[in-house]
Design a protein around this ligand. Structure first.
Ligand code: NDP
Length: 307
């Protein structure tokens, strides 16, 4: 990494996800220009079947990010009471639409919709979340087509800060299908950004602190506010905070967002640490754009140089 880049992404020991995201988005713009030269506009379809304000916000952020980059946005909203078959019909029509290169069904879906069937219903070639069993299998086998956006974003953050994972002790806190498991899978791959000796912790881990204190790299994705504090990390560790938790606060909104890491105490010991907000969050959306551009490039057979 050049000194100039260094200054833009690292402020002291704080790794800026907005800055890294911007650098990647700028490179994606060039990929999109190459696609446009061949008459291809990448397209992302978002499908929302929820009135949950957080889900609505996530979807509109994704749409705005697409528009900003020149990715065409297709959007369908269904009532949470609609029959499940309506959702599957929408996904089918997106699968068949040649202008749509990526499809994202915003989770969670209502209880009467089989979530696993939703994941399986998306054409794996358009599955830009990377959650279809075919894409999960490819990731595990070391032949990823679409890396899931959040763990891929973490990998890019580490890369941008010149943190080599090879030979390092990494601890991932959390084993969900969308963050913890794919994160661990990326870290153990015999590939750049991998080759780490990786431990996965979860709610049944007997002594979490004992594990995290051994780690060169701690990636917290538990959804538990400020779970990992300065006492739980070793001096000089790299700390990546995936968590986004709403906690009560004495402000206008009545709440604030905090991560899974107690930033104040952990930042005193960490060599590099990501903030919340402004760390992993912007990277997740950036890597969704990355996967959409990749999907368009593969489907339209127009090679691009992905960042
Ligand atoms: P899940 O609730 O699906 O999974 C949480 C995982 O953490 C589970 O494996 C759980 O263990 C484990 N866990 C919970 N509490 C503890 C604890 N006290 N000690 C150790 N392990 C614990 O969450 P997600 O993976 O979907 O998300 C994790 C966090 O990341 C959330 O805060 C979420 O909002 C955030 N997130 C942020 C994104 C971003 O872009 N910044 C994107 C996606 C998620 P068990 O399996 O035993 O239950």
């Amino acid at each position: 990494m050049t000194e100039e880049l260094d200054e833009r992404v690292l402020d002291g020991n704080v790794l800026d996800g907005n800055a890294v995201g911007d650098l990647i988005r700028n490179e994606l713009r060039e990929c999109i220009a190459t696609l446009e030269d061949e008459g291809v506009t990448p397209g992302l379809a978002t499908v929302l079947m929820s009135e949950d304000p957080a889900s609505e916000t996530y979807v509109s952020m994704k749409q705005r990010a697409c528009e900003d980059l020149g990715i065409e946005s297709f959007h369908r909203e269904l009532s949470p009471d609609a029959p499940a078959e309506e959702l599957f019909d929408v996904v089918d029509s997106m699968n068949e639409n040649p202008d749509v290169h990526g499809i994202l069904v915003q989770m969670p879906v209502p209880d009467h919709v089989d979530k696993r069937r939703v994941l399986r219903s998306i054409d794996p070639a358009k599955d830009v979340d990377g959650f279809h069993p075919t894409n999960v299998g490819r990731l595990v086998a070391g032949d990823a087509r679409f890396k899931p956006c959040t763990p891929h974003g973490v990998q890019k953050l580490l890369e941008a800060a010149d943190i080599d994972t090879e030979g390092k002790e990494a601890v991932v806190v959390g084993r969900s299908d969308i963050v913890g498991k794919p994160m661990a899978n990326l870290l153990i791959q015999k590939a750049p950004g991998g080759n780490a000796t990786t431990t996965v912790c979860h709610s049944r881990t007997a002594d979490l602190g004992e594990k995290t204190r051994e780690a060169d790299i701690v990636i917290a994705a538990a959804g538990y506010p400020e779970l990992v504090d300065g006492e739980m990390i070793r001096e000089g560790a790299v700390v990546i905070d995936v968590g986004v938790n709403r906690v009560d606060a004495d402000n206008e909104k009545g709440y604030k967002l905090v991560g899974d890491v107690d930033f104040e105490s952990a930042s005193e010991k960490a060599s590099v640490i990501t903030p919340v907000p402004g760390g992993v969050g912007p990277m997740t959306i950036t890597m969704l754009l990355f996967n959409t551009v990749k999907a368009a490039s593969l489907q339209e057979d127009v090679p691009v140089e992905l960042p």
